[in-house]
Design a protein around this ligand. Structure first.
Ligand code: HAM
Length: 415
């Protein structure tokens, strides 16, 4: 019997896993520089965290959750996103009672029972950050700048940033009134009407051609912002300009989760086809209260690691080169092996990446191993090298060898 991974999951194994790890690291590092600290959370939560937090009108909650009863009869859901769980933890542990904003980052697997296709998986990976407790537009700009810095660190260039404002509750109420009136005149099927009743904005997200046409003249939320919401958005844009971050205003953007208010944004990659959303986020002013906490605002993002890796590959960015071994050691004979084990350990402690021809292979096979490892240099260590203390360091790219004193080799010898 041959087992296969469950349908639609993303898996990473060498060499691609090296690139995956690099993407994750680069996406996290700007958040650390801005003072965000790790929050490590469970991958499953009480189902209600998501039904209340993310919203019943969303596909994520209504169609895509992996929900099951645990052995104690509790309804459990594998996390489809990170923000609701972060909020649950912040409230439960009283993190919002200290200095604000609470700044956290997280990374890990998320689960949505979507129809799998390139760039869309049932288990996928995100790096996320949340800044909770202050409604300062400078934090909106910080959060967006952190995401942008992650993509730039990786060398990505073919992406754009869309932003909009979904306003405060008064803005949305004013817009909802005119939008509902507009929608009531459209020719829609029952299922669509039911969805629209929960959240009329969802209709902007409908990809069906006739719906897109019908929505072409629909009133836009951005035109109904209260002066306060409009002023907040103006400041976000001003700060982004100061940071030289380019953006496009996309007033038809609808995020897939219901908790958003105010600033919302998405990074979209040019070369990824249908699943082009690299990452996105926004403000969520009512979320904490809806989960039983105080009435504090927050903002954050989730960046898809899988799609960011696909984007790097589409742009031809090589993320694996830095993990090549510096040196591949080939010990010949028992005494050489004794020596090499310590020699290799010392070099690794000195910061070099060193691999070895294990398995007591003959020279020819071991040299093939050196080739396959992609190592920059190789060295053969036999009885004569040990007695003289001198070896031949071979540059694997040029084939040139040079005599070196073994005890003088250190991590700088491979630059
Ligand atoms: P989201 O837009 O649902 O936001 O997901 C963020 C990113 O996760 C997407 O842009 C995409 O790159 C990736 N992603 C989502 N679903 C899949 C999938 N099925 N397969 C592969 N990648 C996927 C959130 O999850 C919010 N929690 C972000 C946030 C944090 N907002 C505020 N704070």
């Amino acid at each position: 019997m041959k087992f296969q991974a469950p349908k639609g999951v993303s898996e990473y194994f060498p060499e691609r896993s090296i690139a995956f790890e690099k993407v994750r690291r680069e996406l996290i590092s700007p958040a650390k520089l801005a003072g965000y600290k790790l929050l490590e959370l469970p991958v499953f939560e009480d189902t209600e965290v998501f039904t209340r937090g993310v919203g019943e009108s969303t596909d994520v909650v209504s169609k895509e959750m992996y929900t099951f009863e645990d052995r104690g009869g509790r309804s459990i859901t594998l996390r489809p996103e990170g923000t609701a769980g972060v909020m649950r933890a912040v409230i439960e542990h009283g993190l919002d009672r200290g200095q604000l904003p609470v700044k956290v980052w997280y990374a890990g697997p998320f689960f949505r029972a979507e129809r799998p296709q390139a760039g869309r998986y049932r288990q996928f990976y995100q790096v996320g950050i949340e800044a909770i407790g202050l409604d300062d537009p400078a934090i909106d700009a910080e959060v967006i700048a952190i995401a942008e810095a992650g993509y730039r660190n990786l060398g990505l260039t073919k992406f754009r940033l869309d932003i909009t404002s979904l306003g405060d509750s008064a803005s949305r109420a004013a817009h909802r009134e005119v939008l509902v009136k507009y929608i009531s005149k459209l020719d829609l099927d029952e299922a669509t009407r039911a969805r629209v009743e929960l959240n009329p904005l969802r209709l902007f997200d409908d990809k069906r051609e006739n719906v897109v046409k019908m929505m072409a003249d629909a009133p836009l939320l951005i035109d109904y912002l209260t002066p306060q919401s409009a002023a907040h958005f103006e400041k976000v844009k001003k700060y982004l300009d100061k940071l030289s971050i380019r953006y496009a205003i996309n007033p038809r953007m609808v995020r897939g989760l219901d908790y958003y208010t105010g600033t919302a944004f998405e990074f979209v990659h040019e070369l990824l086809g249908a699943q082009s959303g690299l990452g996105g986020g926004g403000r969520y002013d009512g979320l904490m209260e809806s989960l039983g906490g105080q009435n504090l605002s927050g903002i954050g993002f989730g960046l898809g690691i899988d799609r960011t890796l696909l984007a790097c590959e589409a742009e031809g960015i090589d993320l694996t080169s830095q993990s090549r071994p510096d040196l591949y050691v080939i010990p010949l004979g028992e005494e050489a092996k004794d020596f090499s084990i310590k020699f290799i350990d010392d070099l690794r402690k000195n910061g070099a990446i060193v691999d070895c021809a294990y398995g007591d292979r003959a020279l020819k096979g071991a040299m093939k191993g050196a080739d396959k490892s992609g190592a920059k240099f190789a060295i053969v260590i036999g009885d004569s090298e040990i007695s003289s203390g001198i070896g031949e360091l071979k540059n694997m790219e040029t084939g040139v060898t040079s005599s070196v004193t073994l005890s003088a080799i250190n991590s700088k010898s491979f630059n």
